[in-house]
Design a binder for this molecule. Structure first.
Ligand code: PEP
Length: 239
């Protein structure tokens, strides 16, 4: 059985109101894993308050001339257990390549961190019918282990609040998750958790998690709203 994991990606935002309260929805839960991804500046406070934390990025090198970055080793020393590798924001704004993302994930494993490796096609790639080719290209360089987690985040489905531009349906997501699972090494196929990311909300989480190859979610916008996030965690815990 793969345990559900719900990850809160706070991106470049302060921790949401009440994040460290006793009944905060961001605290570890009994039936599922809940992990928060604050900015690097808030990591230590979140870890000290007892939240399961992950960094939004980390470089593979241990030290060096990488202005503005932190290393996997530093992330681990702060008390983090997870790290995001290759989020589409990093691929777009920091030009992180498939090969670099694979290096990051390998360094994370070396430093006893669990990498959540983000993959996903852009809208242009999808419109050109290249979704599966892109996913294959992104998965190929990865040196996966049992603990690795992959987050399928179709870039076209991220931050979709507009009803005229809907997020991925659970059928869209499941088709791609099943495809991703088929690409995994046989001995890891049943173990590696596949999270869905792209406008996951309280209103669609139940249907998404009902899909056999979706093992949780990487939640952006909705994770900044404590009551909505509480509902997402509740629904995931009931599954
Ligand atoms: C994200 O950026 O990782 C994400 C999934 O965002 P949202 O949930 O807002 O689409």
């Amino acid at each position: 059985m793969r345990k559900y994991l719900i990850a809160a990606n706070w991106k470049m935002n302060p921790p949401p109101k009440g994040w460290d309260a006793k009944d905060s929805p961001y605290r570890p839960q009994e039936k599922i894993e809940v992990v928060v991804f604050p900015t690097h500046l808030d990591l230590q406070a979140c870890a000290k308050a007892g939240l399961t934390t992950g960094a939004q990025s980390g470089r593979p090198e241990q030290t060096g001339a990488f202005t503005g970055d932190v290393s996997m080793q530093m992330v681990q020393a702060l008390g983090c257990r997870y790290v995001l590798c290759g989020h589409s924001d990093r691929r777009a704004f920091h030009l992180e390549s498939d090969a670099f993302v694979a290096e990051q994930a390998a360094a994370a494993i070396t430093h006893a961190l669990i990498p959540i490796i983000c993959i996903g096609e852009t809208e242009t790639e999808r419109d050109a019918g290249k979704s599966k080719a892109v996913i294959e290209r992104q998965v190929k360089p990865l040196k996966l282990t049992n603990d690795c987690i992959i987050a399928y985040e179709p870039v076209w489905a991220i931050s979709r609040g507009d009803p005229n531009r809907p997020a991925a349906t659970s059928a869209d997501a499941e088709e791609m998750h099943a495809f991703i699972r088929s690409l995994l090494p046989k001995d890891l196929r049943d173990h590696i958790r596949l999270l869905y990311g792209g406008s996951m909300k309280a209103s669609n989480v139940k249907e998404l998690l009902a899909q056999p190859n979706i093992d949780g979610g990487l939640v952006g916008g909705a994770s900044l709203k404590p009551e909505e996030f509480r509902e997402i965690v509740k629904i995931a815990s009931e599954k």
